[in-house]
Structure formats: C-alpha cells, structure tokens
Design a protein around this ligand. Structure first.
Ligand code: NAI
Length: 469
C-alpha cells in the first residue's frame, strides 16, 4: 500500500482550508500544501497575526500549531500538484447561472479546470480525491480528462471523499466525524488508493467510522445527506405555519416528535429558513439529476424542499409587515444577524439577505448588526440581491451598526435573523428603552425568552407560535 507523504489541496475555502489544516495537525509526518488561485485568500491564511479568511471556532488554534511545520498555503498550484502524491480537489461547485441546467445543475467548470491543471502538470502518479460536492458520476468525467491528457508514467486513481463538516462546528466535526466516506472503483487499483486515503484518516479517526463504498454511491450519498437534512428543516417549518394558525407551539411539537427514537431530536428547530452554500445548491443539483434521469416525480418531490424554504422566508417578512399595522414604509427595522447561521462569517444564501431585500422593497429603513460578517460582504450581498439598485441607493436605506444595541436604537421592530448566542444576553431592558413604542421583536430563530421580553413591554412574535393560545 503506498503511504501518503505529501498532500496538496486545491481550493483554500471553507472546506479545503479547515479539512486539510486538521489533516496536517493530526498527521505531522505528512506535508500538506493548500493552494488557491485567490492571492488575497492565501495571504490571509499566511497572515502573521492569524487574521484568517474564514471564521470558525478552533480553526486559528489548529493553524497556529501546524502552519510552517507541515502545513503550507500557496498560490503555486503547479508546484503543489507536482510535489503531492494525493490531491484533494476542494474547489467551489456553485449552481449554474446560465446555459443548460441554469438555476439547478452544479457548475463544474472549477472542477474541470482543476482536473485539467492536474493532468497538465503531474509528472508522476497521483491519487486524485473529489472533496467538492459533485453530481453522481463526475469522477468518470475527471478520469476521462486525466487519462486523455496525462504523461507517460503518470497514472491517476480517483476517489470520492465528500466532506460532511458543518460550518460553525467544522473543527469539532473534523476532529470527531460521525463517519468518513471514501468511494472508489471496485478494482484492485481503486481499493489500493482507497486504503491509502483511509490510512491518512486512521491517524485520528477510528477505523469503524471510515466507510468505504463504490464511487457513485459516495458521490450520491453527499447529495442525499444534504437533501435529507434540508428536508427535515422544511418539514418542521411547514409545521410551524400550522402552529401559527392554530395556536400550537412548534417547540413543543418538535420536542414531542423528536422523542420518537425513529425520528430523533436533531435538526427539528423551526426557523426563518435554511441558508448556507450547500443545502439549496445540492438539492437543486439532485433535482436536476433526477430530471436528467427522467424521474419527474422524484425531481418534484425534492424541489418542494426548496419551495417550502422560500415560502418560509416570504411568510416571515409578510408577518412582520402585517404585525406592524400593514406598513413598514419609513419605519426603522433592526436586523440582528446577517450570517446564514451562528458561529460563521459565511453569508451565502443567508435568510437575512432575503428579509432585508423584502424590507427594502417595503421602503423601510434597516439597521443591520452581525458579530462576524464584514461590511464589504454585506454590501456585496445586498447589491447582488437587488441588481437594479445602485449601492448608493441601498446605503440610503440600510445602515450597518457596530453593536446590537446601536442597531436597535429608534427602531420600531427587532428581527432575530441569526441564532448568535450573544443575542440571548443582550440588555433587552436597554434595547426597549431606546426603541419607539410599541416595540416589536420577531424571533426567527426561537432564541429569546419571549415571556421575559413581554414582561419588559415588548410585543413578541415567535416563529411557529400562534397568537391563539
Ligand atoms: P469556497 O468558495 O469557499 O472555496 C473554493 C476555493 O477554490 C476558492 O477559494 C477558489 O478560489 C478556489 N478555486 C477554484 N478553482 C480553483 C482552481 N482551479 N485552482 C485553485 N483554486 C481554485 O467553497 P467551499 O465552501 O470551500 O466549498 C468547496 C466544495 O465543498 C463545494 O463543492 C461545496 O459544495 C463543498 N462543501 C462545502 C461545505 C461548506 O460548508 N461550505 C460543506 C461540505 C461540502
């Protein structure tokens, strides 16, 4: 079995960075180089004061321990490829914006470019590992490109090793994964390559947690896992709408059904809707795959998960407008949280973006506060969400504030859009004193103690709770 001595990871993003930093930490005998075309990102990974490009609890500590020892960040993609015996392809696979499959299919351009780079550069044999989330049978296309362009004596084995980390808990997830999944061709060479990657993980992951399966099962399992997780959120959110209409309480319903061991308690928290770079994109990808396989009913089934999510966001912003006497024109609304979830600075597909866009369209004034997201990112996201509006016009309506308290000053309503722990412990008495009355709170994350806030004087609306008690 070949022992892996040098790893290259192409793509220094939310997956490539943390995953390969943890591999370097846990495998001091392996030299790990993470490469990316984005100079600014690599500079941030290399910054002397560890001002890393990604916020993730525990990440800085990992990078401090391994960087310069056996962990390196570089823009020299070709050298990274040449030196490595195993290469992770961790590039982005966003939803296609134009052409065939636009709005659904994964854009595999970055995967293809990285694969072509490997073929053009490698002068010795490599194990090439799909870490990016890709549609079923992408490995086949990668192999065709590699085989057609490779040099003599350079053979490639392709593995699928999808990443299951969740942003916000990435380091804990990587230290103690529920499972590591490795897919390979069921040939002797495929199994040998699989064993080599498995050996890397066995430096810290118990062997029984390393699952080895066929290539196509591995690729599909990643899409399936995200589809099932998102489906649970849309299911509980659909029930939250019934709760609001009937006076049932979604927290009580979720607890009651979660006690059933067949259902389990996790991922049953109603919210303003899921976000993040993966759930929507991967489900749409599954929808596209199903349609291409002529499985219309299957495609429709999964598409509903995304439709329900959109409905939940729309329903929430409508509830805000309805509650504020059917108009928010000229009213100041404080939006607490901009990241798609707590403990990350990632804003991709964040529900806050949709809510703010809806409030902008209603001509409200919006104060935004997030503990991690940088102002530039907020402006970029809001500009993308309202392409017809120049940034200057957006900035006449939206204001970024340095604290939650500042954001709430003179507001008519506070919207909790992200479940940051610090929003639980805000001085709500002070918030109330600074707001216009009646002062409204809309909890889109089941985060605050609604009764406590009511006793201060707030009018509180909670997702999944009706007024008919
Ligand atoms: P990202 O956008 O944060 O990072 C991708 C990086 O790849 C970028 O920095 C980009 O500059 C770089 N890149 C693209 N093409 C390149 C090339 N040819 N050569 C060198 N660098 C190149 O994306 P993220 O979030 O890390 O996702 C990567 C993959 O992992 C995606 O397929 C995603 O679906 C999957 N995934 C993401 C998870 C997440 O929580 N973000 C979780 C599990 C899987």
């Amino acid at each position: 079995m070949p022992r892996v001595k040098q790893i290259c990871c192409i793509g220094a993003g939310y997956v490539g960075g943390p995953t390969c930093a943890v591999i370097a930490l846990k495998c001091p005998h392996i030299r790990v180089t993470i490469v990316d075309l984005n100079q600014a990102r690599i500079d941030a990974w290399n910054s002397p004061d560890f001002n890393l490009p990604i916020y993730e609890p525990g990440l800085e500590d990992v990078v401090r321990k391994a960087r310069g020892r056996n962990l390196f960040f570089s823009t020299d993609v070709d050298k990274g490829i040449r030196d490595a015996d195993l290469i992770f392809v961790s590039v982005n696979t966003p939803t296609k914006k134009s052409g065939v499959g636009a709005g659904f299919a994964a854009d595999l351009n970055y995967v293809e470019l990285a694969t072509r780079r490997i073929a053009a550069t490698a002068t010795s044999s490599k194990i090439v590992v799909e870490k990016s989330t890709v549609p079923c049978r992408t490995a086949e296309s990668m192999r065709t490109i590699l085989d057609a362009n490779s040099k003599p004596n350079a053979r490639f084995d392709i593995l699928s090793n999808p990443e299951f980390l969740a942003e916000g808990t990435a380091i804990d997830d990587l230290f103690a994964p529920d499972r590591v999944l490795i897919g390979s061709l069921q040939t002797q060479e495929g199994k040998t390559a699989c064993a080599a990657l498995s050996e890397v993980y066995q430096n810290w992951v118990p062997k029984e947690r390393i699952l080895t399966v066929g290539l196509w099962s591995s690729e599909l399992s990643k899409l399936a896992a995200n589809a099932m997780l998102a489906q649970r959120i849309s299911s509980i959110n659909a029930l939250s709408a019934i709760c609001e209409a009937t006076g049932a309480n979604i927290a009580e319903v979720a607890h009651s059904i979660g006690q059933d061991s067949r259902i389990g308690p996790k991922f049953l928290r109603a919210s303003v809707g899921f976000g993040g770079s993966c759930f929507q994109k991967d489900i749409l990808n599954l929808v596209y795959l199903s349609e291409s396989l002529n499985l219309k009913e299957v495609a429709e089934y999964w598409k509903q998960v995304v439709t329900m999510n959109e409905y939940q966001k729309r329903r929430f912003s409508k509830r805000v407008v309805d509650t504020l006497f059917n108009t928010i024109t000229g009213k100041r609304i404080a939006v607490l949280g901009f990241a798609f979830k707590a403990d990350t600075g990632d804003t991709r597909e964040s529900a806050a973006i949709t809510l703010i866009r809806d409030f902008q369209q209603e001509k409200a004034l919006i104060n935004v506060y997030d503990p991690q997201v940088e102002s530039n990112q907020i402006w970029a996201d809001l500009t993308e969400a309202s392409p017809d509006m120049p940034l200057a016009a957006i900035q006449r309506q939206v204001f970024i504030c340095p604290s939650a308290l500042e954001a709430c000053k003179n507001a008519e309503a506070v919207i909790i859009a992200t479940e940051w722990a610090e929003f639980k412990t805000i001085d709500w008495q002070a918030v109330y004193a600074g707001m216009n009355k009646p002062a409204f709170v809309f909890d889109g994350r089941l985060l605050v103690d609604a009764n406590k806030l009511r006793s201060i004087g707030f009018k509180v609306t909670v997702i999944g709770r009706g007024e008919r008690l």
